[in-house]
Design a protein around this ligand. Structure first.
Ligand SMILES: Cc1cc2nc3c(=O)[nH]c(=O)nc-3n(C[C@H](O)[C@H](O)[C@H](O)COP(=O)(O)OP(=O)(O)OC[C@H]3O[C@@H](n4cnc5c(N)ncnc54)[C@H](O)[C@@H]3O)c2cc1C
Length: 405
């Protein structure tokens, strides 16, 4: 098993190939993605891509499946260096081009991870397999409501059992893939007084009577490629067969939250990659500026670029450490929150400084720095704000658990 410091030559080559693809295919489409969401079809995106499964989905791959490894030999990297370790590094390689493909790869959704962990074989085949086979395109994951996202125990959407069905009522907001989903895993309470223990998850298909898209895509600061929508449920009847079973005691919610532990560092990997891209872009741009390279000012700038690289490297090590813990079966709650808490803000400060170093050109839409700056602002919010990460860390340090709160 790998350490956090190094990966095998095979994995290093895979990462380099993905980075090259990201520079050739992803970055040139970044500006279009900022305007219209996904700027090409999934087939076009994957045509030259060395990987065809989302790094977010590595956690539920069965690496003992010989057929899978025969058809996708690149997955050998996961056997050599660990699923989370390789995933974090590939998220970074993709995001170095731009972040837009991250939610567009097949099975990129948290919903698929949740169904893979808790679903029946029929649910897994129909919904997770259905996306891999191209029968469905995009999934949704609906936890957040108008009143908040982090306080899951306060979910107001209800699910009442009625014979072989559940009747869902309520509203959800800020949901990735907006009105473009084919189905969504929806969190609702069967007993509001039971708080966390009352939360259950249901698969709801687009077109189910009573399931409405009330906002197609929010207008927002950054990550515009990842469109967020809102749902409402009005007496929406869902077959009991679509209930994600777990242990019937609310453990599915806790499992869902523990999945955030694994994916939180990927938000940071995205932020770090955007900041690295900004450093490299600004450096190359300024190095090519007429006469600047011969000046004292350039030598001072070079020292500053070195310092910016150093602060990013610190964040990278927190990400790799958290991934290593996951791969080796250790608890990673505190370390995952530590990997999430600072990286987006460090990345934001790094990109801002790169924009300043480029002068007024730094904020021009002729370059991508202003887009990356807006995108990393959202890395701080998605999957739990930095305030919430600090609470997670302090609870772990004090030995308290979220369940006791
Ligand atoms: C790009 C993007 C994609 C998203 N995709 C999805 C999705 O697909 N599905 C989904 O369900 N959600 C999604 N979300 C929502 C996201 O998960 C939530 O926004 C995030 O978890 C933060 O929750 P919140 O914004 O509701 O903040 P809240 O929970 O409302 O918290 C806001 C602030 O209140 C403070 N606070 C909250 N609780 C406490 C406390 N107990 N003590 C002290 N202070 C507190 C903190 O400062 C916190 O930052 C997405 C959001 C974004 C930006």
């Amino acid at each position: 098993m790998t350490t956090t410091l190094t990966v095998s030559d095979e994995t290093r080559k895979l990462i380099a190939d993905v980075k090259q693809w990201a520079l050739k295919v992803v970055r040139p489409a970044a500006r279009a993605a900022d305007v219209c969401g996904f700027p090409m079809t999934r087939e076009e995106m994957l045509e030259e891509c060395p990987i065809d499964i989302s790094p977010f989905a590595f956690g539920f791959l069965d690496l003992n499946d010989k057929k899978l490894l025969e058809t996708k030999p690149w997955l050998n990297a996961l056997l050599l260096d660990g699923k989370s370790n390789v995933a974090a590094r590939l998220v970074e390689a993709i995001s170095y081009g731009d972040g837009w493909p991250l939610t567009y790869f097949p099975n990129a959704g948290i919903a698929e991870t949740l169904i893979s962990a808790l679903g029946t074989p029929e649910q897994i085949d129909k919904y997770v397999g259905g996306i891999a086979r191209g029968e469905y395109s995009l999934s949704g994951w609906a936890m957040t409501e108008e009143s908040g996202g982090n306080d899951v125990a306060s979910i107001k959407t209800t699910a009442i059992r009625d014979g072989d069905e559940y009747i869902i009522n309520g509203t959800k907001r800020f949901l990735s893939n907006g009105a473009f989903v084919d189905w969504a895993v929806v969190f609702a309470t069967i007993d509001p007084a039971a708080r966390m223990a009352g939360i259950r998850a249901f698969i709801v298909e687009k077109g189910t009577p009573g399931f409405h898209f009330t906002i197609e895509a929010e207008k927002k600061l950054g990550m515009r490629y990842n469109r967020q929508g809102a749902y409402s449920f009005e007496n929406c009847r869902v077959p009991a067969a679509n209930f994600l079973k777990g242990k019937h005691d609310g453990s599915e919610t806790i499992a869902a939250l523990s999945m955030f532990n694994r994916s939180r560092p990927y938000c940071s990997a995205q932020a770090v990659a955007a900041a690295q891209a900004a450093i490299d872009y600004a450096y190359d741009h300024l190095a090519g500026r007429n006469g600047l390279a011969q000046t004292d000012r350039w030598r001072r700038m070079e020292l500053e670029f070195a310092e910016l690289k150093h602060v990013l490297e610190e964040q990278r090590q927190l990400i790799y450490r958290s991934a290593w813990l996951t791969d080796n079966g250790y608890p990673e709650i505190k370390e995952a929150a530590q990997a999430k808490v600072h990286a987006p803000r460090v990345a934001e400060a790094v990109i801002l400084r790169c924009m300043q170093l480029m002068g007024p050109e730094g904020i021009s839409e002729a370059h991508l720095l202003e887009k990356w700056y807006r995108d990393v602002r959202l890395c701080d919010i998605v999957e739990g704000t930095s305030h919430i990460q600090k609470m997670v860390i302090s609870r772990q340090l004090l030995g308290a658990s979220a369940a006791r709160a």
